[in-house]
Design a protein around this ligand. Structure first.
Ligand code: MRU
Length: 331
């Protein structure tokens, strides 16, 4: 319902993790208590919890569980990192907890920092959103992709909180429909006007002058500014350039990976073919058909107008690396 708050995506409660089961949204808002690393790995792989910053908190909390149960920490770290290879925050959160004397406290710190980080990022990016803007976004880079507030949606939320009116075109985001299921749900709760469209409609909306800017999130930003994000993001960036529309990427500094030189070096997660060949559990492709199910693509830095971070809006890859050095805990 419009106006209902969005609860934390993931939190540490007593001796366990509690997270929203995003597979059930928008129909049901339910939480799951997670008490083992194996259970957490399954929930990450099946996207019950997803989105780069939320995965950072989940990874750290996974190490916290392992430390409480006296599991092999190095093996747990490898297992957690392998669940989703593209989102660098997962490895970042795992490594932070592993390096800490108190993984439970560190995991809670990461979760608390996430919301503050996103509020700063949102405030910085809100200035890029003109009053009355029509904004297009892809996938879900909202509260549900983080512990709270959101990155790309955090920017829109901050603009709305600053009194600007806006309208959001929500890409449904095939094959798993994070836009339709999650972003549309969040924007309704935030009472931000939005329209759900199929991914293939972006070009004609832009051609008709219906998009003033594009704002998306990121799973990993390479040292040269190339951006890995949900499959379909690169196509939007190409379209935005053709139509002379600003294309902004919003992400915390922890999503910048100084150890990955460029987009070509980013490992792109490939997922189960059934996600493509089935629609909501119904088979839509013929038996035996070959399927390519890449979860992410890479947008070259040259197509990015700005990278919106928690330390401000950055306009060049060189500035991005300088900004990344301000993150107190390196990878
Ligand atoms: O496969 P998902 O749903 O985890 O993909 C999420 C995205 O692509 C988001 O845009 C990205 O993680 C940024 S979230 C703030």
């Amino acid at each position: 319902m419009a106006g209902d708050p969005i609860p934390p995506t993931i939190e540490w409660v007593g001796d366990r993790i509690r997270l929203i089961d995003q597979r059930r949204l928008p129909g049901e808002l339910t939480v799951i208590d997670v008490t083992s690393v194996g259970q957490l790995c399954d929930l990450i792989s099946t996207l019950a919890v997803r989105g780069a910053p939320a995965l950072g908190a989940a990874g750290a909390m996974g190490v916290a569980l392992a430390s409480m149960h006296d599991l092999d920490i190095a093996a747990t770290a490898r297992r957690l990192k392998a669940t989703r290879p593209t989102a660098v925050n997962l490895a970042w959160g795992v490594d932070r907890a592993v390096a800490s004397d108190d993984p439970v406290a560190e995991a809670q710190r990461i979760a608390a920092e996430d919301v503050d980080t996103n509020r700063r990022l949102g405030a910085a990016g809100a200035a890029l959103v003109p009053d009355g803007a029509n904004v297009l976004t892809h996938c879900n880079a909202g509260s549900l992709a983080c512990v709270g507030y959101g990155t790309a949606l955090g920017v829109l939320r901050a603009a709305s909180e600053a009194g600007k009116t806006l309208h959001v075109w929500v890409d449904e985001t095939r094959p798993l429909l994070q836009g339709a299921r999650l972003t549309a749900w969040e924007l309704q709760r935030l009472a931000i006007p939005c329209t759900l469209v199929i991914d293939a409609m972006a070009a004609s909306i832009m051609a008709a002058g219906g998009v003033d800017l594009v704002v998306v999130g990121a799973d990993r930003v390479a040292a040269n500014g190339d951006v890995a994000n949900k499959i379909g993001t690169y196509g939007l960036a190409v379209l935005a350039r053709h139509h002379r529309i600003p294309f902004h990427v919003a992400m915390p500094l922890s999503t910048i990976d100084p150890d990955t030189a460029d987009g070509a070096s980013i490992v792109i997660e490939r997922r189960d073919p059934n996600e493509v060949v089935e629609l909501a559990g119904h088979r839509v492709g013929p038996e035996g058909i070959d399927v390519d199910n890449r979860a992410f693509d890479v947008t070259p830095a040259a197509l990015v107008t700005s990278w919106i971070t928690d330390v401000g809006v950055v306009r060049s890859p060189a500035e991005l690396l300088v900004a990344r050095r301000r993150l107190s805990r390196p990878l």
